[in-house]
Design a protein around this ligand. Sequence first.
Ligand code: 5GP
Ligand code: ZN
Length: 113
Amino acid sequence: MDCIFCKIIGGQIPGNFVYQDETVVAFRDINPVAPVHILIAPREHIGSLADITEERAGLVGHMAVVANQIARQMGIAENGYRVTINNGPEGGQVVPHLHMHLLGGRQLSGRLG
Ligand code: 5GP
Ligand code: ZN
């Protein structure tokens, strides 16, 4: 599978992991836009949020729980943080492997898009 995140998850490309479990991993974004910028992705190759059906809804919930846990670990939980999933080209998705951005550590813009 020619997917950069699958290669990071599979260990073929180094990743700066901050969390791993059976179903998801979390690693630092290579081009952070905030002091904390973590990507949370399923181990399984799922292209995007658009591929999430009812049977897989729990996976996205788990990703949110993991984001909350990492936010607490990184000390940004109290001040607040942003969780974003870009979906498809006009949604700003560049890497076609489902991932959640966890952003924090500074005042984020109120603007979305
Ligand atoms: P998207 O725009 O698809 O929602 O976000 C993709 C994110 O992946 C971007 O923030 C980008 O900086 C990050 N990224 C792209 N390639 C790599 C890589 O090889 N390693 C890591 N750690 N992050 C990457
Ligand atoms: Zn993949």
